[in-house]
Design a protein around this ligand. Structure first.
Ligand SMILES: *[C@@H]1O[C@H](CO)[C@@H](O)[C@H](O)[C@H]1NC(C)=O
Ligand SMILES: *[C@@H]1O[C@H](CO)[C@@H](O)[C@H](O)[C@H]1NC(C)=O
Length: 241
């Protein structure tokens, strides 16, 4: 959920307005400012500074009601993930999230977010490995010593690094305990950080690939999307709010 906070300084008076609807907050204050501007002849309001702050707070929609209801963990998790603050920049759709998780039978047995995250990490790992296979094939066909061949070799290294990192993320997820005892398993924020690092390696390949390798580039972009999905899924581990 986004909460929009408008902060206005009018003649040294601080006005703060909060709303869940951005323009409501903005318009209300604007109306006050307009009224003041009309009275400006008095010169009392000669200095008007307006500042708008859009603050994303880690609140979630819903969560109300104690009614016992059957929830689909995949749908609920994807709903939360796609509407999270974290996703504001990543733009993973609920549809893509559900589709991806449902493509793997293990999702139906998942009991919680950690189980689903393990599936998502593994889906990404399998897909990166498959993409790596195609890069290898392309490398065998590419002319030695060309920019294209060099790019493909770099990409191979990037994908290997991504796979290695995802193996680490998997191990970290399995080691994760709540609450954390002394030096016992990873901190929760380290989980989303790990998949971010893996996705960074995948993105590196995007920069390394030659423009001739359009199919490989397309596949790489799909992998980045999957990495972003992993990132938003693990978002709730980043901070407890
Ligand atoms: C979705 O978010 C709500 C509100 O924070 C939370 O109560 C619920 O457990 C979350 N659902 C899942 C499946 O993570
Ligand atoms: C988010 O993704 C949707 C669907 O892929 C796309 O139509 C939209 O333009 C994207 N928005 C941003 C801000 O990237």
């Amino acid at each position: 959920m986004w909460i929009y906070i408008s902060v206005h300084i009018v003649s040294g008076i601080l006005i703060i307005w909060m709303s869940q609807e951005p323009y409501k907050a903005y318009n209300t204050i604007s109306a006050i400012l307009a009224a003041m501007a009309t009275a400006r002849a008095t010169a009392a309001f000669s200095s008007v500074a307006i500042m708008l702050l859009f603050v994303c707070v880690g609140a979630h929609a819903g969560g109300r009601g104690d009614k016992v209801k059957v929830v689909d963990l995949v749908v609920e998790t994807c709903k939360n993930a796609s509407s999270s603050c974290r996703n504001k920049h990543l733009n993973v759709t609920q549809e893509f999230c559900v589709q991806t998780l449902r493509s793997d039978k293990r999702s139906s047995k998942a009991k919680d977010l950690r189980d689903l995250s393990l599936v998502a990490v593994d889906i990404l790992k399998i897909r990166v490995a498959a993409a790596g296979g195609k890069v290898k094939e392309a490398l065998q066909k590419a002319k030695k010593g060309t920019d294209e061949a060099l790019g493909l070799r770099y990409c191979q290294v990037d994908y290997d690094a991504a796979i290695g990192t995802l193996g680490l993320c998997d191990a970290m997820l399995r080691d994760f305990h709540v609450p954390r005892g002394d030096a016992d398993g990873p901190w929760s924020f380290e989980l989303p950080e790990c998949v971010e690092k893996a996705t960074d390696h995948v993105s590196d390949c995007w920069h390394d690939l030659h423009m001739d390798s359009q199919t490989l580039i397309n596949e790489n972009e799909e992998l980045i999307k999957l990495g972003d999905l992993n990132n938003v899924l693990l978002g709730p581990y980043d901070f407890d709010s």
